[in-house]
Design a binder for this molecule. Structure first.
Ligand code: GTP
Ligand code: MG
Length: 754
């Protein structure tokens, strides 16, 4: 649903220009490991509302906002995707790396890096902290999740840590807004204290006190215990590589040495630097120098592979034992105990199925009352407008076009709210991350990794954020396959279609006490989408990407916690807002156009025509009849045909289209209840019912499989950077939809249903 995302990253350049025009903007970066609360801190400081969530990989692109001090001073804060280290594993963490290393297109004047660290997971968080300190840009730490640290028995001596690292540290509990004012104050203090001229080290000129000598950086060698052992030998070995960085990048001296260490230790880090260079000879230079360095280290009998990791963890372990006291209490193991059940090999998947079946069940039963309420409200509005306005074009347009069309979709708002509510609830408790973990095994069997699960799960709300979230997938081929199958996950735009058809054609029998036939039907449609997605993934793998190797998946499971009702409701309303705006725009526009197409032409004998023949000879009717031969084998008549055409813009438009058509046809005061209209539709010649449960299933199958969403097509174009993949997507999904409905309808007829 989050279609507004479409407007975001592309216009980043514009925003930058506007800012650049204003002189002396101070940039501060928020970085840190995934899921440490960076976006929570960002939102608290800027007052913005970027998405947060209880699993790693929520933020996948840079978001910027302004922080204002009490005295009116401002700085520009950038929220980054999470990263474990400076060596990027996927697109989202390379974004942060590029900005930090100064390789991004955008020219930022970074005065301070605020690392948001998870206090309950300090050891791992310190790895990135030490890397960032070695970049030579002033670093400060927002020690977040202090509440989790306390409840899991971790006591950190923050003063001692600040002293050792020589960086300021502020304790924070971002989710409760604690420590935010102190953090803001500290940020402004740091930025103001460092009054060096804006710009890169070259501008600072030789001999000046560049960032390298800023108080944040202690002598590089001093902080590495083993490095002290190696003494000057290591620096000497690294110096040719450091010199390369001095010549070819804007990095300062400290960062040059530290980058030299990084590329010497890791082929991936080396590759990233080489990929970033256009000039072939300079690339080759780097490679040759690094190979020589590795040779020297071999001679010194220093293992260069993972050298950086070894050195840093030496330092971190030493530091950790000095400043942290752990007292692992019962609370910490509650998550472990819960996970024994929830991630159990057999029980885990069964629980996932039951949980989701219950969710869809509740969507059906709980939404019934509010739905009737909205239905009545819209009916009353229609009747009111009908009485209030004089008979004529405007009245018909408003009542039969706008109110009927938009209203028909708004009726399903309660279901959509419930869906969003449950998804947010499952996410915030930490359970969604477990679902991803459990699904990992199924993913492996289809040749994908667990990285694809969270993007696919978010696609249940809407494919757009789901496709954006694939940026966390490190292998391009895995990512592409995930993008291609994401729209097969049943998004919320399909919900109105499913609910309408299931409600109209299936009785609400109770099954096994808690479930109803309708709830289970809905659940089945979701499962159906997943099953087809698995099949499609296997085929894509075979066709295009046989050689692709799947990368290993390590997902950090966040601790279980009681969900925050405030956050869950906020998520629900944010998403619902997008849905309603959508209804107000796309659906409104299409309803108006459609009303014209369904009401005209009006030939001379219009008044004497039956309502049915009027609509049949209308432009819309002609269009529907034009494609009727093609969709007849699927069990659809020309009215559904019109709906199929309009719903290629967005799926929910089917519902508003049908509503407008039936209202134009009836053209009387009461707005038509779409459900009864569909049930009662009979063939004028044979008198048989046009829509049977079989037709309903065939239609749902069509909607489960077809790519009816312009926004998805646009986002796939952007994320894959070519028209090839969106075209492949539309073609394969439409073909699947046609074949799927055909098989269901014709198969059903053969079996005697319908
Ligand atoms: N207990 C606790 N939870 C927090 C705190 N700060 C944030 N959270 C929660 O932690 C989760 C992750 O927060 P985010 O702000 O999305 O984290 P992030 O670092 O931006 O995550 P990515 O963008 O995925 O890297 C959310 O569910 C927050 O509500 C805190 O101080 N204490
Ligand atoms: Mg984030």
């Amino acid at each position: 649903m989050n279609r507004f995302i479409l407007n975001h990253p592309l216009d980043m350049a514009e925003t930058t220009d506007t800012f650049a025009a204003r002189e002396s903007v101070t940039d501060v970066l928020l970085v840190g490991n995934p899921n440490t609360g960076k976006t929570s801190v960002f939102n608290s400081l800027t007052g913005l509302r970027q998405k947060t969530g209880n699993y790693p990989g929520v933020t996948v692109e840079k978001k910027s906002g302004i922080v204002t001090a009490p005295d009116g001073a401002t700085l520009r804060l950038h929220d980054m995707p999470g990263m474990y280290s400076l060596t990027p594993k996927s697109l989202d963490d390379s974004i942060a790396r590029e900005v930090l290393i100064g390789e991004a297109d955008e020219d930022l004047d970074i005065r301070l890096i605020v690392v948001v660290a998870d206090a309950s997971n300090l050891n791992r968080n310190l790895y990135l902290v030490t890397q960032l300190i070695d970049l030579g840009i002033p670093v400060a730490i927002a020690m977040n999740m202090m509440d989790n640290a306390v409840s899991s028995g971790v006591h950190i001596d923050l003063d001692a840590l600040a002293d050792h690292l020589q960086v300021p540290i502020v304790p924070v509990i971002a989710s409760r807004q604690q420590g935010i004012d102190e953090l803001r104050q500290m940020m402004f203090d740091q930025v103001n204290r460092d009054t060096r001229p804006a710009g890169s080290p070259e501008e600072a000129g030789p001999g000046s006190s560049g960032p390298a000598s800023s108080p944040a950086t202690v002598s590089f060698a001093e902080r590495f215990p083993r490095r002290r052992l190696l003494g000057g030998l290591l620096d000497e070995a690294l110096s040719p590589a450091a010199a390369w960085f001095g010549e070819h990048t804007n990095l300062n001296e400290v960062a040059q040495t530290s980058e030299a260490l990084r590329v010497t230790s890791s082929d991936q880090a080396l590759q990233t630097w080489m990929d970033g260079r256009q000039d072939a000879s300079c690339k080759e230079d780097l490679k040759r120098i690094v190979e020589q360095t590795r040779g020297r280290l071999d001679e010194m009998q220093v293992p260069w592979r993972m050298l950086e990791t070894i050195l840093r963890y030496d330092q971190i372990d030493e530091l950790y034992s000095k400043v942290v006291r752990e007292d692992r209490s019962a609370r910490a193991s509650l998550s472990v105990r819960l996970d024994r059940v929830f991630t159990h090999r057999a029980a885990g998947p069964a629980i996932v199925l039951i949980v989701f079946a219950l969710v869809f069940q509740s969507i059906f039963s709980w939404a019934e009352a509010p739905m009737t309420f909205i239905e009545d409200g819209i009916g009353a509005l229609g009747a009111f407008v009908y009485q209030f306005l004089p008979a004529g074009l405007l009245r018909n347009l408003l009542v039969d076009g706008v109110i009927a069309g938009v209203g028909a979709v708004l009726v399903f708002l309660p279901q959509i709210l419930f869906l969003f509510f449950f998804l947010a609830l499952l996410e915030d408790t930490g359970y969604m991350a477990r679902v991803a973990f459990i699904m990992d095994r199924f993913m492996k069997s289809m040749g994908l990794s667990g990285h694809s699960v969270m993007p696919l799960l978010s696609s249940f709300a809407c494919a757009i954020p789901g496709i954006m979230a694939t940026r966390t997938i490190s292998s391009w081929k895995d990512r592409l396959i995930t993008i291609m199958i994401a729209p097969l996950m049943s998004c919320s735009a399909r919900l109105p279609v499913y609910i309408l058809l299931i409600g109209a054609f299936f009785p609400s029998m109770t099954i096994l006490g808690v479930f109803t036939l309708q709830g289970l039907m809905l659940f089945t449609m979701y499962i159906f989408g997943i099953v087809v997605a698995i099949g499609a993934a296997l085929v894509f793998k075979q066709l295009f990407m046989k050689d692709a190797v799947s990368t290993s998946f390590v997902m950090e499971l966040p601790p279980y916690r009681l969900p925050s009702l405030k956050w869950v409701l906020l998520q629900m309303f944010e998403r619902a807002k997008v849905f309603v705006t959508e209804a107000g725009q796309i659906i409104l526009a299409i309803s108006v156009v459609l009303w014209f197409l369904a009401s005209y032409p009006q030939p001379d004998d219009y008044d004497s025509m039956t309502s049915r023949s009027r609509i049949q000879q209308s432009y819309a009717g002609q269009l529907g009849q034009l494609i009727e031969p093609a969709i007849e084998p699927l069990g659809f008549d020309w009215k559904v045909g019109i709906g199929l055409i309009t719903s290629f813009v967005a799926r929910e438009v089917l519902v508003s289209t049908m509503a407008t058509i039936y209202n134009v046809e009836e053209a009387d005061e009461a707005s038509v209840d779409l459900r009864s209209a569909l049930q009662g539709e009979t063939d004028p010649e044979t008198g048989e019912r046009v829509y049977t449960p079989l037709v309903a299933v065939a239609l749902m199958v069509f909607f489960a499989l077809a790519c009816q969403c312009m926004a998805t097509v646009a986002i796939v174009k952007r994320e894959t950077n070519s028209w090839k993949w969106p075209i492949v997507m539309v073609l394969y999904m439409t073909a699947l939809a046609y074949v799927g409905s055909f098989v269901v309808y014709q198969g059903g007829l053969l079996l005697g249903y319908g």
